[in-house]
Write a protein that binds this ligand. Structure first.
Ligand SMILES: *[C@@H]1O[C@H](CO)[C@@H](O)[C@H](O)[C@H]1NC(C)=O
Ligand SMILES: *[C@@H]1O[C@H](CO)[C@@H](O)[C@H](O)[C@H]1NC(C)=O
Ligand SMILES: *[C@@H]1O[C@H](CO)[C@@H](O)[C@H](O)[C@H]1NC(C)=O
Ligand SMILES: *[C@@H]1O[C@H](CO)[C@@H](O)[C@H](O)[C@H]1NC(C)=O
Ligand SMILES: *[C@@H]1O[C@H](CO)[C@@H](O)[C@H](O)[C@H]1NC(C)=O
Ligand SMILES: *[C@@H]1O[C@H](CO)[C@@H](O)[C@H](O)[C@H]1NC(C)=O
Ligand SMILES: *[C@@H]1O[C@H](CO)[C@@H](O)[C@H](O)[C@H]1NC(C)=O
Ligand SMILES: *[C@@H]1O[C@H](CO)[C@@H](O)[C@H](O)[C@H]1NC(C)=O
Ligand SMILES: *[C@@H]1O[C@H](CO)[C@@H](O)[C@H](O)[C@H]1NC(C)=O
Length: 685
């Protein structure tokens, strides 16, 4: 075929590194759909109902995803003997005939995800038998039960990666994956698994196991020492218990048990390399205090029976700190959304490499920001949404926490903290203290004891400060002097009387400013030339702040004010600079909407809440700006419509006069001559 000859010439001469050729086949009315890139045929999304048989025989990869294949017939791949990858995901395949792969024994990578191979699975299994080199197989989303899976995988002993997510497997046992001794990665996410009994023991090379989104009630007797990543998130796991009899070092690096029902911190291996430990969204708490208090006849053991024939009965001593296992390699610990109200003595100190500690939404009542309690490697600390009333710290040693960069204390009830606590953290760049009753201190000399306040001046590393909803009322002059803030969030401090000098010193750095719902009236924004994002929503402002025009803003939130219009000359400038603007909840005049047309016509700016913006007409009725027709204003103003009334009056009057004249002429013709005669009486000579 001439097309192919030319193609091979081009390939031989290596004229182009990546060659894209649209093949056309004589006799076919429409162009042939596959694209060829070197030895790869890309035939995705081409409405194909059969494997194309006109591709060059030397192709090594064929992608037939998203077509209309129902059946792979014997011989359909026989033209392509050196095929290594065959991908048929997202078709309607019901069967794969027995000899389909008999002439493609080199296939290493096979993707049948999202087909309907359940009923025809026996035939499919037969078709796999020549594939002695198969390394990767994807059978996700095929409605397969565990019995079907075990038939399909029977002889695939070379497999290294297997994907079985979105099927309907209920339990796995040692027969399911019987011959898969080479397997390194297994994904059984989103099945209905409620039991696993000895399914993985023989897989001595398994490194990545994904069990997420199943119905597993517990993982006990965990003993897969070679595993690197275990993802068991989104199950109903109440217990995670390692086989405590093993003294080997577990290779585990990532353990994800988020979104389960854990009551206890997982019982980890005594020796391991876990770096990432994700336990968010569980019911974890620590019970040492509790055990101490009720020491006498409280249950101290939990025993598990009937865990399956491969697992003996497991008995665990509760309340024993040594059960937490080895956490010394942990770099990220996520315990967000749990029930932690205290930590066992020295628990956090057991993680000398900890960088990220996430404790959002727990029940902590106090927290110590001291190097005695926290590892000095800590980089990010999130204790938001707890019940903290006090933040303990020691002035003399706090500076040892020299890697702490992000600190989130929002939504607590902090009433006790040292005013200079943040100034002593050498790397601190982000602080969120929102929703705490914490004020801004007036001056360094004054006595702080009366109220809780923080000094924000001269913190040279601090860039982002969030003080939303803290009940701040009065800001001292220049509270942020010497602190190069780029982000300052002060929204929802209802009676904040922000004055020009309250932001003094920030004009060269500030990029985001949040002053929503602060009772703001007028403020000169023009000095803040770096400002890119400004939130002044919910402030009852009736006039558009002219100083905004001098800025190079990208985002502006003006919602819920009392603006009646935005002057046209300002709108034109804003439209050129802004990328996003929020405007609903104002009192815009329906007949002064030039600004609206300017914004809509300008493609660069997005009016985020466009469909919600309303305006008021003469009768104070609300209209959606998008739907309002300017004709209702007559395209004109009040005075002009008065002119129209006069015009109408004149027209009607003229008509009445006209009609009267015609009437007189028609029905009283004699009156006219008399009148004329009277008037035009000839003068006597
Ligand atoms: C697996 O191999 C065995 C033994 O070679 C053979 O009897 C069986 O039919 C094969 N099964 C499949 C599904 O190919
Ligand atoms: C675990 O699996 C879930 C679901 O696929 C995924 O969202 C999550 O990121 C995975 N966890 C890790 C640590 O990769
Ligand atoms: C438990 O009690 C012991 C002895 O009474 C005491 O030393 C220990 O500090 C207590 N532990 C906790 C966490 O209260
Ligand atoms: C502990 O034992 C005492 C005496 O046997 C008993 O009175 C008490 O109710 C028990 N407490 C609990 C919590 O079981
Ligand atoms: C597990 O405990 C049950 C009930 O006590 C007992 O019948 C069974 O023999 C025990 N099994 C093993 C392996 O110890
Ligand atoms: C905790 O368990 C370890 C090992 O099982 C044991 O040596 C230690 O005595 C136990 N501690 C307590 C307080 O029960
Ligand atoms: C500081 O934290 C970062 C977190 O990304 C980490 O990479 C770095 O190693 C930490 N430095 C020290 C000295 O612990
Ligand atoms: C702090 O935590 C709160 C609540 O968890 C969250 O909404 C907020 O975005 C966080 N602040 C920062 C600066 O990340
Ligand atoms: C502006 O601040 C208000 C709080 O007053 C908040 O609800 C709103 O989401 C903020 N706007 C943007 C665009 O983030």
């Amino acid at each position: 075929m001439p097309v192919f000859d030319r193609l091979s010439v081009l390939l031989c001469h290596a004229v182009v590194p990546v060659l894209v050729v649209l093949l056309s086949v004589s006799g076919h009315p429409q162009a042939f759909p596959c694209r060829l890139m070197q030895s790869t045929a890309l035939c995705k999304n081409c409405q194909l109902s059969a494997v194309p048989n006109h591709l060059p025989p030397q192709i090594e990869e064929i992608y037939l995803d998203k077509n209309l294949l129902i059946n792979l017939q014997d011989g359909c791949l026989s033209r392509y003997p050196i095929l290594r990858t065959c991908s048929c995901a997202n078709n309607h395949l019901r069967t794969v005939e027995e000899n389909v792969f008999s002439e493609s024994p080199l296939i290493e990578n096979l993707n049948f995800a999202d087909n309907e191979l359940h009923d025809g699975h026996k035939q499919v299994a037969q078709s796999f038998s020549p594939l002695s080199q198969l390394k990767t197989l994807d059978l996700s989303g095929n409605g397969l039960t565990e019995d079907m899976v075990s038939v399909l995988l029977q002889n695939l002993s070379s497999l290294e990666s297997l994907y079985l997510s979105r099927n309907v497997m209920l339990r796995l046992d040692e027969t399911t994956f019987r011959n898969l001794h080479q397997l390194k990665e297994l994904n059984v996410e989103r099945n209905l698994l409620f039991e696993i009994d000895g399914a993985f023991y023989h897989m001595k090379k398994l490194q990545r196991l994904n069990l997420a989104f199943n119905c597993l009630p517990c993982l006990v007797n965990f003993e897969m020492t070679q595993l690197l990543v275990l993802n068991a998130s989104h199950n109903s796991i109440e217990w995670f218990i390692t086989n405590q009899n093993l003294s080997e070092t577990f290779q585990l690096e990532t353990l994800d048990l988020s979104d389960n029902h854990l009551l206890f911190f997982p019982f980890l291996p005594t020796h391991n390399h876990i770096r990432t430990l994700i336990l968010s969204n569980n019911w974890v708490s620590f019970y040492q205090d509790f055990a101490n208090a009720t020491s006498s006849n409280w249950t101290t053991k939990v025993e598990f029976y009937n865990l399956g024939q491969n697992v003996g009965n497991v008995t665990m001593e509760l309340w024993n700190e040594s059960l937490h296992g080895d956490i010394s390699s942990v770099e990220l610990l996520d315990l967000s959304e749990n029930k932690v109200d205290n930590f066992p003595q020295g628990f956090i100190q057991q993680m000398p490499r900890l960088n990220w500690l996430r404790l959002r939404s727990n029940c902590l009542q106090s927290f110590s920001l001291t190097p005695e309690d926290l590892p000095v490697t800590l980089y990010e600390l999130d204790v938001s949404k707890n019940r903290l009333t006090e933040l303990k710290a020691s002035q003399s040693t706090i500076s040892k926490l020299n890697n702490l960069t992000y600190l989130n204390l929002s939504t607590n009830d902090i009433q006790k903290l040292s005013p200079t606590i943040f100034a002593n953290l050498p790397s601190l760049s982000t602080v969120d203290l929102s929703h705490n009753p914490v004020d801004v201190c007036f001056s360094e000399e004054s006595n702080y004891s009366s109220s809780t306040c923080v000094l924000w001046s001269n913190i040279v590393t601090l860039k982002k400060l969030y003080l939303e909803g803290c009940g701040i009322q009065n800001m001292p002059p220049s509270p942020f002097k010497g602190t190069p803030l780029t982000h300052l969030e002060l929204s929802n401090n209802l009676d904040l009387h922000i004055k020009q000098e309250s932001l003094a010193g920030l004009s060269n750095t500030l990029e985001h400013l949040g002053l929503g719902n602060t009772g703001l009236q007028d403020f000169d924004f023009s000095p803040y030339s770096h400002l890119r994002s400004l939130n002044i929503s919910r402030n009852s402002m009736s006039e558009f702040p002219e100083s905004l025009v001098a800025l190079n803003l990208r985002l502006l939130d003006l919602r819920d004010n009392m603006l009646t219009t935005i002057p046209s000359k300002h709108a034109t400038i804003l439209a050129q600079r802004l990328q996003a603007v929020y405007l609903n909840g104002n009192a815009f005049n329906c007949c002064h909407l030039d600004w609206y047309r300017t914004f809509v016509e300008n493609k660069g700016i997005s009016v985020v809440d466009l469909s919600e913006i309303t305006c008021l007409d003469f009768n104070l009725r609300h209209h959606k700006v998008m739907l309002f027709d300017a004709v209702h204003c007559g395209g004109i103003s009040n005075e002009e419509s008065f002119v129209w009334y006069i015009l109408l009056f004149v027209t009607v009057s003229v008509s009445i006069v006209g009609i009267s004249v015609i009437y007189l002429l028609t029905f009283r013709p004699k009156m006219l001559p008399r009148a004329i005669k009277k008037r035009w009486r000839p003068t006597p000579y």
